[in-house]
Design a protein around this ligand. Structure first.
Ligand SMILES: Nc1nc2c(ncn2[C@@H]2O[C@H](COP(=O)(O)OP(=O)(O)OP(=O)(O)O)[C@@H](O)[C@H]2O)c(=O)[nH]1
Ligand SMILES: [Mg+2]
Length: 265
């Protein structure tokens, strides 16, 4: 588990959660890229790698990097494998009040992290999403069927959370406090959507990103992820409309119908 800041030590500004499964080619360069950009922008970051016991030795690479980095933490999970459950465990274990999630395969540009951070820290946002579907955002090098599937899923997401264009993005940052008193059921690949659909956010901003397909390592995306997404949509509906434990859907529709200017960061 991530080490909480010990007494007397400087508290972290930001925890960067990197979920991994068989990312031996990418994990070292990604940790270095995150650390360099945070250092350049004077962000004191904790890097937390959440690995699902990858057979390719990803965790071993992190352990060897830990010898020279004391802000690098590793959480190895042995059960309930999956991307969203890993992100959730990472968020819960984060030592900082602000948490950034980023894929390990360089599909998400780490150089945007300082902008997410400023948005949370200075612009009063509760959640910031790296969006492929706002002006200035794009997807590069994806097969046509993936573009269609992703756009279709984003459109379905807008039925529930209409004021956000890319609710399925895995590149997002939150104030951890918005999860207080919230029961999340992480499943599939869309952890950000689970948070948008159930948590107590007030201001959400989207930052345009260029999403690049992975160059190294293997994709873990499977058809069952699509099924899990449909179940997740039902779970969010039930949480809002039957259990009445959140009014996130109503809040999002209110913002959308009022045509409130989207938050800019
Ligand atoms: N801990 C953990 N991480 C995972 C799991 N599945 C995927 N990941 C990580 O989550 C991130 C996104 O997974 P990807 O396989 O890149 O999924 P994708 O971006 O939708 O698809 P591709 O880029 O085509 O591979 C990467 O950092 C993966 O290593 C999992 O089951 N557990
Ligand atoms: Mg990827």
């Amino acid at each position: 588990m991530a080490i909480q800041s010990t007494e007397g030590a400087e508290p972290y500004d930001l925890t960067v959660v990197i979920p991994t499964f068989n990312e031996k080619e990418n994990i070292g360069p990604m940790i270095r890229a995150v650390h360099e950009i945070c250092t350049e922008h004077k962000i004191f970051e904790e890097i937390l790698v959440v690995d699902d016991d990858s057979p390719d030795g990803t965790a071993g690479i992190v352990r060897s990097l830990q010898e020279s980095m004391n802000n690098l933490e590793l959480l190895v999970r042995h059960s309930n494998h999956g991307l969203s459950p890993s992100l959730y465990d990472g968020i819960l274990a984060a030592g900082a009040p602000l948490v950034q999630c980023i894929d390990c395969d360089f599909s998400h540009p780490p150089e945007k992290i300082p902008r997410f951070y400023r948005c949370l820290r200075e612009n009063g946002c509760d959640m910031v999403i790296g969006s492929r579907y706002v002006r200035g955002g794009e997807v590069r090098n994806w097969a046509f069927h993936r573009e269609i599937l992703s756009f279709g899923a984003a459109t379905l997401g807008r039925v529930l959370i209409p004021h956000v264009h890319d609710s399925g993005s895995g590149f997002f940052a939150i104030k951890k406090a918005i999860l207080d008193e919230v029961t999340l059921t992480p499943r599939g690949f869309r952890m950000g959507f689970e948070i948008l659909g159930k948590a107590g956010w007030a201001r959400v901003a989207e930052i345009p990103i260029t999403f690049k397909d992975r160059e190294m390592g293997e994709s873990k995306l499977r058809w069952r992820i699509l099924l899990q997404y449909l179940v997740q949509c039902l779970s969010i509906l039930e949480y809002n409309l039957v259990q009445r434990r959140s009014n996130a859907i109503a809040r999002s529709w209110r913002i959308y119908l009022a045509r409130e200017v989207p938050e800019r960061c």
